[in-house]
Design a binder for this molecule. Sequence first.
Ligand code: HEC
Length: 158
Amino acid sequence: MNTSAGTVSRAPIIGFVLGMLVALCIGVAWLTIGSPLTWPGAARLALQERRGEEVYNANCLACHGGRTGGTIEDSPPRHNANGHTWHHPDCAIRTMIREGSAGIFEEKRADAPQMQPFKGTLSSDDIEAVMAYIKTMWLPWQRDVQAGFTKEMCFDTN
Ligand code: HEC
């Protein structure tokens, strides 16, 4: 009969559509938990960088300057591509932010301005966010070199 013939001929299409939906769900799930280079990872990173920019502008900008200008000899050091912060691995940068400069260097340099410890005022998430933001000031090759230092020198890095 016509009706049953119609039902039978639609079955493969319904099966195909359901199959595509399942494949789409698997694809989205895979992307969501996948590498940071996939779009959900990139979106998370962009949000973290934006948060970091707020933290930076409120707590760091006054001493360290912004994205442009400065030289490698400036003190306090520039964090941008003209400075030398990218010469340091993540663990060193994180410790400097947590402990401040007086907590890191044994001899107190009375002539140099000091950086306060931020572990009491910034959460770990804020510190990670500010680091993510600082990295946006670097050139791609500086980011690559610095990521290499982190890989070689940091064993406590998350
Ligand atoms: C009162 C000024 C001041 C403020 C505010 C400040 N810093 Fe610093 N910071 C310094 C000085 C001075 C140094 C250099 C210390 C030294 O080498 O003796 C330094 C060094 C650093 C370094 C090491 C960089 C390098 O290239 O060697 C990092 C990283 C850093 N600061 C991050 C931050 C972050 C992130 C903030 C904000 C959360 C911040 N600082 C706020 C003064 C400041």
